[in-house]
Design a protein around this ligand. Structure first.
Ligand SMILES: *Cc1c(COP(=O)(O)O)cnc(C)c1O
Length: 370
C-alpha cells in the first residue's frame, strides 16, 4: 500500500532508491569507540584547498549578507578564457551533479531515452527516471565503457548519452580514438554528455578532446567540477561547457543563485592556482603506484586507474571487509549496490592514509603487510 504522501507524489520518483549518505566521521568514531578514522570513500581530494583559496574564501565572508552573483560573471569569464570559449558557452552548477539534473530536465520528455553505462555514476539513471525518461543501460566491458555497444543502443528516441570519463567507480577511461569512432555513429539529434570530473588525473595524449567536438558544432556538453582535483567538494561548484543555445536552455531552469558566493570566490582563486592541482595530481599518481604494489603483495586484484580512486576485488564479501575496515578506522566504499559483491572502491589518500589502509586491509584479510 502506498502511503498517502506516496499517492500524491510524482510517480516517476517512487521507484528510485534513496541515496544513502555515510554517517559523519565523528559519529562513526563515537559509535565504534575509535578515533583518527580516515575517509577514503568519496573520491575527495586528500589535500585541503590551498592557502590562497582559503584566503579568497575568508575575504568573501564579510559580504555573506548579500545574494551571490547570479550570473557567476567573473568565474564564467575566467572559465571561458581557460577553455578558449566565450562566457556564453559556460553554465555554473551546484556541483556538476546539478548540471546533470538540469540537462535531463531541459531535454528529456517522458518516454525519451537516455543511454547510461553501468556500473557508473548513479545520478544519470536516477535523474532520467525522475523525469519519466527511459534508461537504456549498457554494461561495461572489462571494467570499461563499451562505446561500441553504447552507439548500438542509440535509437530515434535517444536524447542523451552519458559518458563518464574517467568512469566512476572503475576509474577507467575511454580513449580519443574510441571516442572518435563513437562520435562518428552518433546522430545529430542525440546529445553526448562527457562527464569529466576526474580529467586532471587522466591527462595524457590519449585523452579525448571532447571540447573539440563542441567547438566543431557537435551536440556535446562537457561537465567539469571543482570537487576533485581542486579540493572544493564541500562548496559544491561545477560547470558545463556547451553551445550558447544549449546553455540558454539550461539557464531557463537553473535556480538563480545556485552557486553560492564563497564557492564562486574559491573557484576563481583555484583557477589561478595550477600548482595546487599539479601537486595533487603528483600525489595521487605516486599513491596509485604505491597501492598497486601493496595490492599485488596482498594478492588483491585491482583495475589500473586513471583517476584518484581504485576499484579492487577482495575475492570475498566486500560488505564484510568494509565493516571490518570500519572497525580499523578506515572508511571505503563497498560496491555491493552496483552488483559487485566482492569489490571495494578505494580513494587514494595521503601517503600516511594509504599506509593505514594497507595495514588495515592486511589485518582484516589475515595477511601480513609488506
Ligand atoms: C564526483 C563526480 C562528479 C562531481 O560531482 P560534483 O557534484 O561536481 O561534486 C561528477 N561525476 C562523477 C562521475 C563523479 O564521480
Amino acid at each position: 500500500m502506498p502511503t498517502q504522501w506516496e499517492s500524491l507524489a510524482n510517480e516517476h520518483i517512487l521507484g528510485i532508491a534513496p541515496y544513502e549518505p555515510g554517517k559523519p566521521i565523528e559519529e562513526l568514531e563515537r559509535e565504534l569507540g575509535i578515533h583518527d578514522a580516515i575517509k577514503l570513500a568519496s573520491n575527495e581530494n586528500p589535500l585541503p584547498p590551498s592557502e590562497r583559496v582559503q584566503k579568497a574564501i575568508s575575504a568573501a565572508l564579510g559580504a555573506l549578507n548579500r545574494y551571490p552573483d547570479g550570473s557567476g560573471f567573473y568565474l564564467r569569464q575566467a572559465l571561458a578564457k581557460k577553455h578558449g570559449v566565450t562566457p556564453e558557452h559556460v553554465v555554473l552548477g551546484n556541483g556538476s551533479n546539478e548540471l546533470i539534473e538540469l540537462l535531463v530536465h531541459a531535454f528529456m520528455r517522458p518516454g525519451d531515452e537516455a543511454v547510461v553505462p553501468h556500473p557508473s555514476f548513479v545520478v544519470y539513471p536516477t535523474s532520467v527516471q525522475a523525469a519519466g525518461g527511459i534508461r537504456v543501460v549498457v554494461m561495461l566491458k572489462d571494467y570499461r565503457l563499451d562505446l561500441e555497444a553504447m552507439a548500438r543502443a542509440i535509437t530515434p528516441l535517444t536524447k542523451l548519452v552519458f559518458i563518464a570519463n574517467p568512469n566512476n567507480p572503475t576509474a577507467t577511461m575511454v580513449t580519443a580514438e574510441e571516442v572518435e569512432r563513437f562520435m562518428a555513429r552518433v546522430p545529430d539529434r542525440t546529445i553526448v554528455v562527457f562527464d569529466e570530473a576526474y580529467v586532471e588525473f587522466a591527462q595524457g595524449p590519449d585523452f579525448p578532446d571532447s571540447l573539440g567536438y563542441m567547438k566543431q558544432g557537435r551536440k556535446v556538453v562537457v561537465l567539469r567540477t571543482f570537487s576533485k582535483a581542486a579540493s572544493l567538494a564541500g562548496l559544491r561548484v561545477g560547470y558545463g561547457l556547451a553551445d550558447p543555445d544549449a546553455i540558454g536552455l539550461l539557464n531557463r531552469i537553473r535556480p538563480p543563485f545556485n552557486v553560492n558566493s564563497l564557492a564562486q570566490a574559491a573557484a576563481l582563486a583555484a583557477l589561478d592556482d595550477e600548482s595546487h592541482v599539479m601537486e595533487c595530481v603528483r600525489l595521487i599518481e605516486a599513491g596509485r603506484h604505491f597501492l598497486y604494489d601493496e595490492f599485488k603483495a596482498l594478492g588483491i586484484k585491482y583495475v589500473p586507474s586513471r583517476a584518484n580512486f581504485i576499484l579492487v576485488d577482495v575475492g570475498r564479501s566486500a560488505n564484510e571487509i568494509y565493516q571490518k575496515l570500519l572497525r580499523e578506522g578506515v572508511i571505503v566504499r563497498p560496491m555491493t549496490s552496483f552488483g559487485m559483491e566482492t569489490a571495494l572502491r578505494i580513494t587514494v589518500g595521503t601517503p600516511q592514509e594509504n599506509r593505514r589502509l594497507v595495514k588495515a586491509l592486511a589485518a582484516v584479510l589475515g595477511k601480513k603487510a609488506s
